[in-house]
Ligand binder design. Structure first.
Ligand SMILES: [Zn+2]
Length: 261
């Protein structure tokens, strides 16, 4: 696990698995944590790592309902977890989905946990909307397409955008179950002006980017979605995202969305 401070009031934690990010933002003594790392040892030490930099979260947020973004509760069992209405609908519509996916993935990696993931008391937040942190407000913007649910969290006072599973430097756009190409494109269009306002963009997986890097990735992602829509079997993939695993993701995207034979 890696901790990078973007400013005195923004700290990004990156998990050893899939470079999953968790971002703490602060106003005075109030702090929020967006998303989560994966491994039990990372979650166990997380409160301490945050406290060392002066962050004591008052609440948790998750950008979307995929299990790898919901694990903050394992580190902070007493805090409320806020999600977009769309994510709440997903959790209610498929109870136990996150727990099952976590169990499967833990099994793949031979990971055991001291306690199961509990999602009771999750709070639904209106999106688009705003959420107060101390004297400031986080902006919540819809971000669907990767999955059927989700939100991007923008902290205007920090110029910081946590966009969820979009604009990653390590992962191709992934259209998972319930996501659509059309919604994915709308989300990229919605993120563009937010990126323009941002100094830092933190993707759900990968490294924090500058505005310029995020805009370049956004262009690459639009090009990739075009190639996907054309059904290209071997498109040129963006530099840094052309590994065997990313080709597999492309294959999965094609099967899910590509033109039927
Ligand atoms: Zn993810």
């Amino acid at each position: 696990m890696r901790a990078v401070s973007l400013s005195e009031d923004a700290l990004v934690i990156t998990s050893r698995l899939w470079q999953t990010t968790a971002t703490a933002v602060r106003v005075g003594s109030e702090a929020m944590l967006v998303d989560s790392p994966y491994f039990p040892d990372e979650l166990e030490i997380l409160p301490q790592v945050l406290a060392q930099s002066g962050f004591e979260p008052d609440a948790l947020l998750a950008t979307h309902g995929d299990f790898d973004h919901l694990l903050g509760r394992l580190a902070f069992p007493d805090l409320s977890l806020g999600v977009a209405e769309s994510t709440m609908l997903r959790i209610r519509g498929a109870p136990g989905e996150a727990q099952r996916d976590l169990r499967y993935r833990d099994g793949d990696h031979y990971v055991t946990r001291p306690a199961p993931l509990a999602l009771g008391g999750v709070q639904s937040l209106p999106v688009p909307g705003a959420l107060g942190v101390g004297s400031e407000e986080l902006e919540l913007h819809p971000a669907e397409g990767h999955t059927p649910d989700g939100m991007a969290v923008f902290a205007p006072w920090l110029g910081l955008l946590c966009c969820g599973d979009y604009l990653s430097d390590v992962e191709l756009p992934m259209v998972s179950a319930g996501g659509t190409l059309e919604a994915y494109r709308s989300t990229l269009a919605r993120l563009a002006p937010l990126v323009e306002r941002a100094e830092y963009v933190v993707p759900g997986h990968g490294s924090p980017h500058s505005r310029e890097d995020a805009l370049r990735i956004l262009d690459e992602d639009v090009d990739y979605l075009d190639a996907l829509e054309r059904g290209e079997e071997r498109p040129t993939l963006p530099a840094g995202r052309d590994s065997r695993r990313q080709r597999q993701i492309h294959g999965e995207n094609l099967r899910a969305l590509g033109p039927q034979p």
